[in-house]
Ligand binder design. Structure first.
Ligand code: GCO
Ligand code: MG
Length: 404
């Protein structure tokens, strides 16, 4: 069975650019879908697939996934990086879909079957005041969700806004605009948020918080310690990838479970954290980490060190990528939790077979492969807006640009 074609789609059914690839085989009607979504640089992934990986893939044995993954990763001489990883993932994930369809099996069966009946998910409660977040969290609790991430003012923080004066003038020149935030506000208000939600929810509720790599390392340590009494399920991305040397300090200072890794693009970033037992959950973005082969290798490494999986599941994972996450969740022995984002009606129209959540847990639909198909005719109705990849620059009050 040979690869006959690779077709790349960039679609934006709900405000977020998504990249998916369709790999077509020389067997009538047999094709597969893969996700390569890197929302912020989606055109670069599209070009990497169309101009580099498609010619590399056509004519190859569609069943030799391991060889495709290793050779595609090394073919450009320089490996990894978010663009190449997503491009490789889009094609490689589609090859798993094809393998499942050819065998008549859901993908999780190809790796050894299920380790569980359903996979628990966490959802997002958000608001500008602790009481608002609690109300949302209670709503989720009543709908059967047991794991709830609570954020005050979203990722940026309640104080985020635009600045006037010298800082505003400095940062207004060109570009997509700025969003000013106060890291100190997180330190002051997030413990107050958890005091409210912990007191207002049943004791069995599992609470999560995402620092989103926004604090200076020692401030992340201070916040983690301040949150210790509220028994978090985990604290997410406490440190930026550049600051991972501080994980040992964080680990030795408090017993808050730590989840890390949505920005990781290379095994060497995550391996020391796992092998030195400095984190509890690994939460890479599967396509940005290199696809299924990369994720399975990582899950196996983590299993040896008691680290659980929590694959990144924001709206900038396509429904194909989310289905792949859930197949992994059902299979890997050391699954921890799945981040869940609700899909917009337009996404449900465009993608048939999206895994369904019931009582706080998700399952796949048991169709062969990923069990998901994109409606190619409908895709033209959702073109991507290039401006959607430009986001406001986060800045401190004096205008200093800070990483997201
Ligand atoms: C999460 C994330 C995301 C990212 C987004 C960037 O935990 O889900 O932090 O919301 O910010 O994926 O595009
Ligand atoms: Mg996050």
């Amino acid at each position: 069975m040979r690869i006959a074609d690779v077709v790349t789609y960039t679609v934006q059914p709900a405000g977020v650019p998504l990249v998916v690839a369709k790999v077509v085989t020389d067997q009538p009607g047999l094709h597969g879908w893969g996700c390569g979504t890197f929302t912020q640089r989606f055109r670069a992934v599209q070009a990497a697939i169309e101009r580099h990986l498609k010619p590399f893939a056509i004519g190859r044995d569609a069943e030799a996934i391991a060889d495709f993954w290793h050779s595609a990763m090394h073919d450009g001489y320089w490996r990894n990086g978010p663009v190449l990883n997503n491009a490789v993932s889009a094609v490689e994930m589609a090859l798993w879909d094809i393998k499942g369809k050819a065998a008549g099996l859901p993908c999780y069966q190809l790796w050894g079957g299920r380790s569980r009946g359903t996979a628990a998910v966490y959802v997002h409660a958000n608001g500008n005041e602790p009481g608002e977040v609690l109300d949302q969290a209670l709503g989720y609790w009543e709908r059967g969700f047991r794991h709830i991430r609570c954020q005050l003012g979203g990722y940026v923080g309640v104080g985020a806004g635009t600045a006037s004066g010298a800082a505003g003038a400095f940062s207004a020149a060109g570009g997509p605009g700025s969003l000013f935030f106060d890291p100190g506000e997180k330190l002051r208000r997030v413990p107050e948020l958890f005091e409210t939600v912990r007191a207002g929810l049943p004791a069995e509720a599992e609470l999560l918080y995402d620092i989103h790599e926004r604090l200076a390392p020692v401030d992340a340590v201070r916040l983690a310690k301040a949150l210790e009494p509220y028994r978090l399920f985990f604290l997410e991305d406490a440190l930026a990838p550049e600051d991972i040397g501080y994980f040992r300090m964080l680990r030795t200072q408090c017993a808050v479970p730590l989840a890390m890794g949505e920005l990781f693009v290379h095994p060497l970033e995550v391996e020391p954290l796992v092998s030195e037992r400095l984190i509890d959950f690994v939460r890479v973005h599967v396509s940005t980490y290199g696809g299924i082969t990369a994720a399975l290798k990582l899950a196996n490494l983590c299993a040896a060190f008691g680290v659980r999986t929590a694959w990144h599941g924001p709206r900038d994972v396509s429904p194909v990528g989310m289905a792949a996450n859930v197949h992994l969740d059902l299979h890997v022995a050391n699954f921890g939790i799945q981040e869940w984002s609700f899909r917009a009606p337009a996404e449900e129209d465009l993608f048939a077979g999206i895994p369904e959540v019931r009582a706080g847990a998700v399952d796949v639909n048991e169709k062969p492969g990923w069990g998901i198909e994109m409606d190619e005719k409908l895709a033209a109705r959702f073109p991507c807006d290039d401006a959607a990849s430009l986001r406001p620059v986060p800045r401190l009050a004096d205008g200093t640009s800070r990483p997201f």
